[in-house]
Design a protein around this ligand. Structure first.
Ligand code: KIV
Ligand code: ZN
Length: 360
């Protein structure tokens, strides 16, 4: 039997912290409803004490979201927690996310303090939060430092093996992508016993971003052997990725896994030939499963004859092997001049062609 991994979406909080990605209350509410429809378990709606606008956003979201838990961030500060509690007052299910920097580095540099004091503050903030909701999540900021996946997994395993009553809590992975390892670390955490991943649509988030929601969801769905599932409806991943990108005015890199424009495009002859014989040779996910529409065969100077014949066929030209051999040479002349050969180029090549040209 597979086990559930909870998806904690923080697009509206960590994602929205990205310079240029700030949203107004209406936009945040619209996205919160889409995230709920996507099937995430927890929506981190904002950081209520940070501004009156964010307080209002969180309380509006708390009023309308019915299935997901609505979460508000706070520092280990009584005022933050009280304000978060107020903002979440009308939520059907609310969570306060509170915590503090716990690495030796943060303890010294940020707080000029010591472990005993930080431990006391940590316990205190959870107690304050419990006055508002039974669902409290504690973050031990920087506890992972800049881990490699096996180190991150070991940390989670250490907690599972050493913390009394740990089975009463859900351990969560909150990773940033400073070394491009956010997704790998989150998956390593889950393999070692964590059951929640904190992530964002398109991997948006502070600095190099957070763990990308679409990546972890599809890793767990593709690797059934791991024995996990999420409640996310994968078909909505691409449409929602585009909406988030548009509303936040933050383009998605074309080579981004799952939601990038090139994620299901094939442009080199070797790949195109294999793909056209059997899509699974170069696609581990059917693009329709993640709402990405059809795969694309892109024509460039690196493309091959099968791809050219395929693209001609798509616009209604059925050429035989001889025709294609001839047309391919003409195609390469165009392709060497252009980045991509498009439909109008193909029309031009096809219309200029007569079979006598190939035989002469
Ligand atoms: O990256 C971080 O440290 C955070 C915490 C505030 C949860 O987002
Ligand atoms: Zn973060």
């Amino acid at each position: 039997m597979s086990e559930k991994v909870y998806i904690f979406d923080t697009t509206l909080r960590d994602g929205e912290q990205v310079p240029g990605c700030k949203l107004n209350a209406t936009e945040k509410l619209e996205l919160a409803l889409k995230l709920e429809a996507l099937g995430v378990d927890i929506i981190e709606a904002g950081f209520p004490v940070s501004s009156p606008g964010d307080f209002d956003s969180v309380s509006q979201i708390a009023k309308v979201i019915k299935n997901a838990t609505v979460c508000g961030l706070s520092r280990a500060v009584q005022k933050d927690i009280e304000v978060a509690g107020q903002a979440l007052k009308f939520a059907k299910r609310s969570r306060i996310h509170t915590g503090i920097g716990t690495s030796d580095f943060h303890i010294k540099s940020k707080f000029n303090s010591n472990r005993e004091d930080i431990l006391e503050r940590a316990i205190q903030c959870v107690k304050w939060a419990r006055n508002f909701t039974n669902d409290v999540e504690f973050y031990a900021e920087d506890a992972g430092g800049y881990c490699l996946p096996y180190q991150y997994g070991e940390k989670i395993a250490y907690l599972i093996n050493n913390v009394p009553n740990v089975d009463k809590a859900i351990l969560s992975c909150h990773c940033h992508n400073d070394l491009g390892l956010a997704t790998a670390n989150s998956i390593a955490g889950v393999i070692s016993g964590a059951r929640q991943i904190e992530c964002t649509i398109n991997g948006l988030g502070e600095r190099a971003g957070n763990t990308a929601l679409e990546e972890v969801v599809m890793i767990l769905q593709s690797h059934k052997d791991l024995g996990f599932y999420t409640s996310v409806d994968a078909k909505q991943l691409n449409p929602l990725s585009r909406e988030v990108s548009d509303i936040m005015r933050m383009p998605v890199q074309p080579n981004k896994a799952i939601v990038g424009a090139n994620a299901f495009s094939h442009s080199s002859g070797i790949h195109q030939d294999g793909f056209l014989k059997d899509a699974q040779t170069y696609e581990i996910i059917n693009p329709e499963v993640v709402g990405a529409g059809e795969s694309k065969i892109v024509l460039t100077a690196r493309s091959g004859r099968s791809a050219l014949a395929h693209r001609f066929q798509k616009i209604g030209y059925q050429f035989n092997r001889n025709d294609i051999d001839f047309l391919y040479e003409k195609f390469l002349q165009v392709a060497d001049r252009k980045k991509e050969v498009d439909e109008s180029d193909l029309q031009m090549l096809a219309q200029a062609y007569t079979p006598e040209l190939a035989t002469n």
